[in-house]
Write a protein that binds this ligand. Sequence first.
Ligand code: DX5
Ligand code: ZN
Length: 230
Amino acid sequence: MSSVKLAPSILAADFARLGEQVAEAAEAGADRIHVDVMDGHFVPNLSMGAVVVQSLRRVTPLPLEIHLMISDPDFFLDEFVAAGSDSFLVHWEGNNNLHRTVQRIRTLGKRAGVAINPVTPASVLDEIVQDVDQVLVMTVNPGFGHQQFIRTTLPKIGRVRELVDRRNAGCDVEVDGGIDATTAPLVVRAGATVLVAGSAIFGDDNGVATAMQRLRTACNEIEEEILQRS
Ligand code: DX5
Ligand code: ZN
């Protein structure tokens, strides 16, 4: 039984068949659904809003994790909570009141996570890690799906893992961007426990189930190897 969780990102899904695609991912063992929200300011791209969450909430029991790549996350929290969101990932970058945002999410009864971009050091999490349920290490620059995994983030994942183990052992260490069957073992070895994957799951010609299986197998193999070595 794998301890690594898979979070398919619907950014890469076929939006004309969104419910169906999410059901396929759920059937294939997805642990949560990752929803990428972009505003064209914080990142140079637009994606989706709370209406999509509202529709998904009606068709899936899986936790809906909302990755807010927007300039003013606080303005939109209530709307996303009303739509049925379960957790929020907010960025360290550009937020002058990160602690307040995290506290608001928790006051709303939802899981809170902080995301950091590829060149943002792990140490910025020092004073917030004890207040969150998950940290998200971006392994590409946020804004688009199907980008190449940035390998220099690997040692940082290790540093985030150390920090989490020391200060808040229950906290998830999640990675997002360019995760596929080749990069998954690298991030798991570095200490990630939750893997977001978009194009590797919804963009696979062999279908969602096969793609999920391939990722799961890659995770299981590396976990087995780590176990044998320890
Ligand atoms: C990027 C998003 C990611 C994206 C991942 O800004 O935060 O969640 O959907 O897509 P892939 O897995 O294709 O890199
Ligand atoms: Zn994301």
